[in-house]
Design a protein around this ligand. Structure first.
Ligand code: ADP
Ligand code: MG
Length: 656
């Protein structure tokens, strides 16, 4: 009995001792935890953790494994040979530590000789305990202890190691967060520097180049900024990290505007990370819809990619695929898309995450503003150019108008002068009529009274007087006709008979042949007296133009309700200057000319609503044509007064 009691007492004592020892080890661990929390590099974490394992927890053989990519690597250890190197695949069968990492649970190996996974780090080990370093479900590494005794580790050891492992896990993530913060702050510094640099660059393309280069600093080997119009059609590209050939290929393979409109639309909303769109090749819909690879084709069939092939090798990639696409619209503050940024070949071979992309959004805005500013400057320049061009045009217009004004002023002056001359001529003509009538009467009297007594010489002289009285009368009539109002007395008549009458009034020399081809039809309604006088003037001019003889051909033809009568002579013709001044009153090239013939002719025809034209070749001959409407649009019956535009607007004011 006593023995039993004794046994109980020793057992209780032993248990008490164990608990005391456990608590001692636990509280020592806490002190370590605090220093672990303050560690600022990973080596310090390894050392502190191994110190805790060795000195506080009393493990002789201790090691620290870290999960790196797909491997579990021994990073620090105690008591083993210095050069010990272990690097095991995480998905392999070898290594107790690997087993702990893979299962995420502690692994007890009381007898290593019975454990398949066991790998000897040092000869003579008999038992082992491995505890994963975990953050949530993620295994960061493994703490491993070994002993030369069999089944050397118990539950207390496991518990304490697990506590230590959790402290190590926190220390590692703290460190990672710190590192990330440091990287982020470095990037932000770069960003700020980039921004100020951008502000200093004038040219848009250069500015965008700075933006593209800054983006490369953020871990992207290739950056493309494409400028887009309102339909998202590409207008220009700025690249960084692309070879000339790649840029060429990019331009050749560029997707049209509507494709980009879709890629920035609701269909692709679910691929958004902040303002970026990340289109992973691993997504079957993306493969089929964007890359046009049949859904049933294996994802590794990568030859159909439309863009510029990636330069990343498979070893350089972690979870980024060379066919992955990453892009973002460049939006102005008002939301207008002015370009698209795309990035490729991440330096770390990783797919983008929100934390890595968010800082880049600043660049998107910056690039958009650079483009918008350039557009504004361009449109400003355009506007200025337009204003300049307009000013120039205005100047030209002013000059033109001034010239026109001067011309019309000259014309006005001329018209005024003509009006005065007309008035004067009218007055003179009128005043001359009476004395001329007296002279005519006197001459007639002389001729009658002494017809038998006067000799031939006197008779001849009297005839000269009579002839000149007729001529003077004609001049006076012309003067009065030109300066006064026109009264039309319209009668229906045949063109041929008017011509015949006109020809009978002109003395045609022997060397001049007249060919009259005028028709009788159609009849025209005209003031026969006035039209006849117009024709007389034209025929006289023609005869005077052919002093050495020639032919005068007169033709008539009907066009559009009008009759044209053309007089063609084979005379001396006219110079350009003469032709221009033809209808100016008082213009003549003849010694005895009055310069009223054609102006009167023009006035008469225009009074009928017809027109007058002349063509001439110097030395060859002249054609003068008069066109008269068959039925003039003047009220029928009685006497009509027609008033001509320019000259007559002044002329109408004077009455004879
Ligand atoms: P005038 O006969 O009194 O000179 P017109 O008004 O009849 O005045 O003619 C003006 C000028 O036009 C003439 O002086 C002459 O130079 C030119 N002219 C008119 N008709 C002809 C013609 N058929 N051939 C050549 N010159 C002509
Ligand atoms: Mg004449």
């Amino acid at each position: 009995m006593k023995k039993n009691v004794d046994h109980d007492i020793t057992e209780r004592k032993r248990m008490g001792e164990e608990r005391r020892r456990f608590e001692e080890r636990l509280s020592a661990l806490h002190t370590y935890a605090q220093s672990l929390n303050m560690a600022d590099n990973i080596e310090e974490i390894h050392t502190l953790t191994l110190n805790a394992m060795e000195k506080t927890l009393g493990f002789e053989y201790a090691s620290f494994f870290m999960a790196e990519g797909k491997m579990l690597r021994l990073v620090a250890h105690r008591k083993y040979p210095k050069m010990l190197k272990v690097n095991l695949p995480l998905d392999g069968e070898k290594g107790v530590a690997v087993k702990a990492a893979r299962t995420g649970k502690p692994v007890f190996v009381p007898d290593v000789r019975k454990e398949k996974a066991y790998i000897a780090g040092k000869a003579g080990m008999l038992s082992e305990l491995a505890v994963p370093i975990k953050l949530g479900n993620r295994v960061l590494g493994v703490l491993n202890v070994e002993s030369e005794r069999l089944a050397a580790f118990n539950e207390d050891d496991r518990q304490l190691l697990e506590i230590l492992a959790s402290h190590a896990a926190i220390a590692i993530t703290n460190l990672k967060r710190q590192e990330n913060l440091k990287i982020l702050s470095e990037k932000l510094t770069n960003l700020m520097e980039g921004s100020t640099e951008i502000m200093h660059v004038e040219d848009m393309r250069q500015r965008l180049k700075v933006v593209a280069k800054a983006l490369r600093e953020f871990g992207w080997r290739r950056v493309v900024i494409s400028l887009r119009d309102e339909n998202l059609e590409g207008t220009d590209v700025v690249t960084a990290g692309l070879t000339k050939e790649e840029t060429k290929l990019l331009l050749e393979r560029k997707a049209p505007g509507h494709v980009w409109r879709e890629r920035l639309g609701p269909k692709f909303e679910r691929f958004k990370i902040g303002e970026f769109y990340y289109l992973p090749w691993s997504d079957p819909w993306i493969r089929e819809y964007v890359h046009r690879v049949p859904a049933e084709a294996p994802p590794e069939e990568a030859t159909t990619y439309a863009g510029v092939p990636s330069r990343l090798s498979p070893e350089e990639m972690v979870d980024w695929h060379p066919q992955d696409m990453l892009y973002a619209p460049l939006r102005t503050p008002e939301g207008r898309i002015v370009g698209i940024l795309s990035m490729d070949d991440p330096v770390d071979g990783r797919k983008p995450a929100k934390e890595t992309l968010t800082p880049l959004e600043l660049f998107l805005h910056q690039a958009a503003i650079v483009i918008e500013n350039a557009q504004l400057i361009e449109s400003l320049r355009e506007a200025r150019k337009q204003v300049e061009a307009y000013a120039e045009q205005l100047e030209q217009k002013v000059e033109e108008r001034t010239r026109e004004l001067k011309k019309s002023q000259e014309q006005l002056l001329k018209a005024q002068r003509l009006a005065v001359i007309g008035e004067l001529a009218g007055m003179v003509g009128h005043d001359l009529r009476n004395p001329l009538t007296s002279i005519a009467g006197a001459a007639y009297y002389l001729k009658k009274r002494s017809s038998s007594k006067i000799d031939d010489k006197i008779k001849e002289m009297l005839e000269v007087v009579e002839k000149n009285i007729v001529y003077s009368n004609k001049i006076i009539n012309d003067l009065l006709d030109y300066s006064g109002e026109i009264k039309l007395d319209l009668v229906e008549s045949k063109p041929k008979s008017i011509i015949r009458e006109a020809l009978s009034l002109v003395k045609i020399p022997k060397n001049v042949q007249v060919i009259d081809l005028t028709e009788n039809k159609p009849k025209i309604k005209v003031d026969v007296g006035k039209i006849k006088r117009a024709f007389v003037n034209i025929v006289k001019n023609a005869v005077e133009a052919m002093p050495k003889g020639g032919t005068l051909t007169i033709k008539s033809r009907e066009i559009d309700g009008k009759v044209e009568i053309a007089f063609s002579d084979t005379g001396v013709g006219m110079s350009k200057e003469t032709l221009e001044k033809l209808c100016t009153p008082l213009f003549t090239t003849k010694a005895k000319g009055m310069g009223f013939g054609l102006p009167l002719c023009k006035r008469f025809t225009e009074a009928h609503g017809g027109c007058f034209r002349a063509e001439s070749t110097l030395g060859k001959g002249t054609t003068v044509a008069v066109t008269l409407p068959i039925k003039p649009k003047i009220e029928e019956g009685g006497e009509k007064i027609w008033v001509k535009q320019l000259e007559s607007s002044l002329l109408t004011t004077m009455k004879i």
